[in-house]
Design a protein around this ligand. Sequence first.
Ligand code: HEC
Ligand code: HEC
Length: 316
Amino acid sequence: MHVMFKVSAQTYETKVYQFTHSCIALTIGLILFLGSCTAIKTPPSPKAAPQEQTNDTESIRSQEKEAPPRSDVTVETPPIKETPPAIAPSSKAPETDESLAKGKSLYQEHCANCHGIGGDGKGPLAADLSTKPQNFTKGEYKFRSTMSGELPTDADLFRTITVGIPGTAMESYQEFPQSDRMALVAYLKSLSPRFLKSPQGTPIIFPVARPQAPESVTHGLQLYEEMQCSACHGAKGRGDGELAKDLTDTAGKPIQPADLTRQRLKSGDGPKAIYRTIMTGLDGTPMPSYGYSLDPEKGWDLALYIYSLATTKEPL
Ligand code: HEC
Ligand code: HEC
């Protein structure tokens, strides 16, 4: 660095000298001469750079000033980050022979390593994974907008494929064209006879999204205690309740309650995704569904409380 600077400084001086010399030698007019030398002495770019920086800082400052005022609250309430819906809830995957064939070849190339060639969840990579890949032949899905026991909608499967499942080996396939992800949805359904026998469920209705007001969060905490979520998830939501060690999934494998203070939850970010999980449950796991017993507004407060655990990291 130092050496390079010296070399370029020397080159610069030499150039200035040569240029001055040639100015005299060619007896260029005095005004023109002065003008050129001034231009060399004060090159415009280094001056312009700090000028631009000042402008930038100023514009950032003015943006800050323009930002909406923070609401008058006592706890930190960062803006809600919600996973955007991947597709309209009523969207259907085309079940043409062409789409199924496309889905099959994509599945074999990208999914079978984990989920197994026939969808039994026993692909070659499965043995090394702590959270096992889903067995698609049972048609039992965790991540649904439909009530417990019902089949997921096509949009549910599409969402999981698009967003992935944070904290597990299941990645996001967002870069696949939408038609490819739809073909995968159609193919996944063909792996389980359940989709032929029963109709798919209808999505639950979400209450109007309310912001993370402190009284809603406090009410959510109260519900969390009353409804004994803590028996599994622990008093502070860290997944260490008294039942935590003895839980198994429907396949008889041990399963841990979610640590709800994690930054990214499995079924998506934001109160809407949390609300969906609370109301519909995670089929095949001990996570119950509360949709039949819990009032939607209470469910939203509970979701806001869970959301606050992940975002503020400081449970009430
Ligand atoms: C590296 C391994 C791996 C690959 C490759 C993989 N998955 Fe998964 N997938 C998983 C795991 C593990 C889970 C279970 C996560 C859980 O239950 O928390 C999962 C879960 C899912 C689910 C959610 C099931 C439910 O219960 O709601 C869907 C849908 C799914 N995968 C589809 C796919 C598709 C389609 C592909 C290929 C495009 C694919 N996966 C590729 C590991 C993988
Ligand atoms: C009997 C035990 C049990 C009870 C009671 C229970 N849960 Fe769960 N919950 C689980 C398990 C196990 C999982 C993780 C399932 C998985 O990872 O596949 C889970 C997952 C979740 C998730 C999903 C986290 C994610 O990563 O997406 C949320 C949210 C949640 N529970 C909230 C609640 C709330 C709120 C209550 C009380 C109203 C509650 N749970 C009651 C066992 C329980």
